[in-house]
Design a protein around this ligand. Structure first.
Ligand code: NAP
Ligand code: FER
Length: 340
């Protein structure tokens, strides 16, 4: 390998299941020359992130797929080598999206200057970058932690999860991580200050969650979906919040997992929230006021399916569950004196 060349890793084929090294190809090309307004930078750090698996597919997705035969995309921290852009000078450290290669050309708008005197420049790919920002907003904006609550996070020692747990502690929550090894468990509890940790590979999730979360779960920052989400749901409290941040358990899956696939919820930032009408008794007057006005104004139509005779109730009820009713099913048990 020559230092005067640009090594690049191309995506050769879309992986089937788990990516293999043979899905990638290492090539060498000439170091490119920056054009007008462009910047040439030399990669110091390349970020590897789970989302990249989603790009290694031509399946329909929220993001455009990586193109076969092209350099794999990815964020880098780099140093400017040559700049034809007045906003950047040789020697500047920058965050960019140059991909899996030694050198990349960028337009000025896609680069952000980094100040190495603030935090280590590599942090821009993690805690002060996209993963850190994910942790911060998923937990605070959707999780809405309150002091004393219990917060569980999967992939708890990872780029996002480790930050989620520590911010939860700053917010005086009980923080519980779910991770894939005892070593990671030890780290999140003894180094990061989580209150408890579960090894997803060796422990029974449901009973371990019950033990680690004696007051139930108020917030679950989900990075995995799948069996972890299933076990967490068995232990959530009234009014729990669940930021759906990632579904890594299914990123390598060739076919959607059994049951509903939650990916569209994440992509569409959709809200699923439990509902119990009893919670609204205090607002009955508000409901009646609107409803009676809409009915009197003819703005609402209402259809009743009236089955006559109490003896027909069982049969009608069975039919209700089979779709035989057409409109609101009621049994007329005796004459209605208000109707002639
Ligand atoms: P990370 O946690 O540093 O690394 C991924 C971790 O996922 C692995 O170390 C592993 O941890 C866990 N994992 C892998 N396969 C799994 C499986 N089958 N079941 C359960 N856990 C599994 O990665 P990250 O960058 O912080 O990303 C974490 C999650 O956040 C990912 O789902 C990612 O897609 C998502 N994310 C979403 C956004 C967004 O905007 N929605 C932004 C950033 C990240 P253990 O073995 O320790 O469990
Ligand atoms: C991920 C990283 C980033 C991910 C999604 C994103 C679902 C999306 C970011 C965006 O489009 O803003 O791991 O997983």
């Amino acid at each position: 390998m020559s230092e005067s060349m640009n090594q690049q890793i191309l995506l050769k084929s879309y992986p089937t299941g788990e990516p293999k090294e043979s899905d990638f190809a290492l090539v060498e090309t000439a170091i490119p020359e920056p054009g007008e307004g462009e910047i040439l930078s030399s990669t110091i750090y390349l970020s590897l992130d789970p989302y990249m698996r989603g790009r290694m597919s031509d399946r329909e997705s929220y993001a455009t797929p990586a193109k076969l035969g092209e350099v794999m995309m990815g964020s880098n921290v780099s140093q400017v080598v040559k700049s034809n852009n007045p906003k950047f000078s040789a020697g500047d450290f920058v965050l960019g999206y140059g991909g899996w290669q030694d050198y990349a050309i960028a337009q000025g708008e896609t680069l952000r200057k980094l100040d190495p005197s603030q935090v280590p420049i590599s942090y821009a790919l993690g805690i002060t970058g996209m993963p850190g920002m994910t942790a911060y907003f998923a937990l605070l904006d959707i999780g809405k932690p309150k002091a004393g609550e219990t917060m569980v996070v999967s992939a708890g020692s990872g780029a996002v999860g480790a930050v989620v747990g520590q911010i939860a502690k700053i917010k005086d929550c009980r923080a519980v991580g779910i991770v894939g090894s005892d070593e990671k468990c030890d780290y999140v509890v003894n180094e990061l200050g989580f209150d408890a940790c579960i090894n997803r590979k060796t422990q029974d999730l449901n009973s371990a969650l019950k033990a680690a979360c004696p007051n139930g779960i108020d917030i679950y920052v989900d990075h995995t979906a799948g069996p972890i989400l299933e076990a967490v749901l068995q232990n959530i409290n009234l009014g729990a919040r669940i930021p759906l941040v990632g579904l890594i358990s299914q990123y390598n899956a060739e076919t959607p997992p059994p049951g509903p696939n939650l990916m569209p919820l994440l992509v569409k930032r959709a809200l699923i929230k439990g509902f119990l009408v009893g919670d609204y008794q205090q607002r009955h007057a508000e409901f009646m006021n609107d409803m009676s006005q809409w009915l009197q104004a003819g703005k609402l139509k209402y259809k009743e399916d009236i089955v006559k005779g109490l003896e027909n109730a069982p049969r009608a009820f069975i039919g209700l569950l089979q779709g035989e009713n057409f409109g609101k099913l009621i049994v007329q048990v005796s004459d209605d004196p208000t109707k002639k």
